[in-house]
Write a protein that binds this ligand. Structure first.
Ligand code: NAP
Ligand code: ZN
Ligand code: ZN
Length: 360
């Protein structure tokens, strides 16, 4: 006989969810599954607010199912482990990023690229293997198969580590794969937000020269003096952009909205690579001639696999890379979303879930 919802998901949980595409979040009660043999249950301590959360609660891309409980930059402390769990024990500091499931049998899974598995299960707004909806980290606790859990190194502050689970791996992975994160490379990072600011830090730590390309002239001083960028271009300043034409080996484009690609392609050297990371809600215009004339490449990249996520966070701990964060209480989340819409955050909101999420 089929199991009832209570049997499949007997453990009460609560968090904040959006109920419709207004995107307004409010307290929400639900339940999570019992700890399976390979599961790790953890109390959520902090959760970053990724711009994807904002796209999703507003249904920018279509496909949002409500109630939608976001959060895929989650860190916490393990409270229970299943009988077959090998990597974690109670009390360990752990993180969960964008994925909580995959098929484990396709070519991508075989190559530690669960992020490109056609059957990957997103951390929220997804359907888990048991047919139930996945709910993210704006909640009191989570239960996740240990394969999708990352160990947070001891020396890294948990609140500032949370954004590495998405923003960190999303920028680190293409720097490695496209061979841009190394000495001798000149990398452009477009958009100084959550992804952009950790992208600068990783590219620098990997040895590249980094230029920030931004719509916000007021971010220049900090980008250079604090984040370590070597130079800064204001994308609307045509003189500055003209002077930098043909100088970059690659660009990470983290812009969340529709924007012109022609000036960015112009910044690339011949054979340069424009890597799209941002996910605007409408298609961008792709000018072809400037690609042909320099054998240039436009590509995309989506988060990273679990092996690489662990590698990334270990690298971050070794090089003292964390996110620059504004820690907020749970009930500030709707204001935070409004501010994120206006790029008014330096550079990632992180919700102090454990101390501010009130039980319903
Ligand atoms: P964010 O913190 O809001 O940063 C985006 C930055 O883009 C802003 O700070 C701003 O930087 C720039 N920007 C915003 N609107 C712009 C416009 N109209 N024209 C030009 N520049 C603009 O967002 P995020 O969390 O970094 O996420 C960025 C995008 O990446 C989102 O679309 C998100 O869904 C996507 N994402 C993709 C992946 C993936 O796996 N590929 C993972 C996570 C997120 P300046 O002020 O410096 O111009
Ligand atoms: Zn994200
Ligand atoms: Zn697979």
């Amino acid at each position: 006989m089929a199991k009832s919802a209570e049997e499949v998901h007997p453990v009460k949980s609560f968090g904040w969810a959006a109920r419709d595409h207004s995107g307004i979040l409010s307290p929400f009660s639900f339940s999570r599954r019992a700890t399976g043999a390979e599961d790790v249950r953890f109390k959520v301590l902090y959760c970053g607010i990724c711009h994807t959360d904002l796209h999703r609660i507003k249904n920018d891309w279509g496909g949002s199912n409500y109630p939608l409980l976001p959060g895929h930059e989650v860190v916490g402390v393990v409270t229970e482990v299943g009988s077959k769990v090998q990597k974690f024990k109670i009390g360990d500091k752990v993180g969960v990023g964008c994925l909580v499931g995959a098929c484990h049998s396709c070519d991508n899974c075989a190559n530690d690229l669960e992020n490109y598995c056609p059957k990957r299960v997103p951390t929220y707004n997804g359907t888990y293997h048991d047919g139930t909806t996945t709910y993210g980290g704006y909640s009191d606790h989570m239960v996740t198969n240990e394969h999708f859990v990352v160990r947070i190194p001891e020396n890294i502050p948990l609140d500032a580590a949370a954004p590495l689970l998405c923003a960190g791996i999303t920028t680190y992975s293409p720097l490695i794969y496209f061979e841009l994160g190394k000495p001798g490379m000149h990398v452009g990072v477009v958009g100084l937000g959550g992804l952009g600011h950790v992208g600068v830090k990783f590219a620098k730590a990997l040895g590249a020269k980094v230029t920030l390309i931004s719509t916000s002239p007021n971010k220049k001083k900090e980008a250079i003096e604090h984040l370590g960028a070597d130079s800064f271009l204001v994308s609307q300043d045509s003189d500055q952009m003209q002077a930098a034409m043909g100088t970059m080996d690659g660009i990470l484009d983290t812009v969340s909205a529709v924007h012109p690609l022609l000036p960015l392609i112009g910044l690339l050297k011949s054979h340069g690579k424009l890597i799209m990371l941002g996910a605007p809600d409408k298609p961008l215009e792709l000018p072809v001639f400037p690609l042909l004339m320099g054998r240039k490449l436009v590509a995309g990249s989506f988060t990273g696999g679990l092996k690489e996520a662990q590698e990334m966070i270990d690298f971050a701990a070794k090089h003292n890379i964390t996110a620059d964060i504004e820690v907020i209480p749970m009930d500030y989340v709707n204001t935070a979303m409004e501010r994120l819409t206006k790029s008014d955050v330096k550079y990632r909101f992180v919700i102090d879930v454990a101390n501010t999420l009130k039980a319903i």
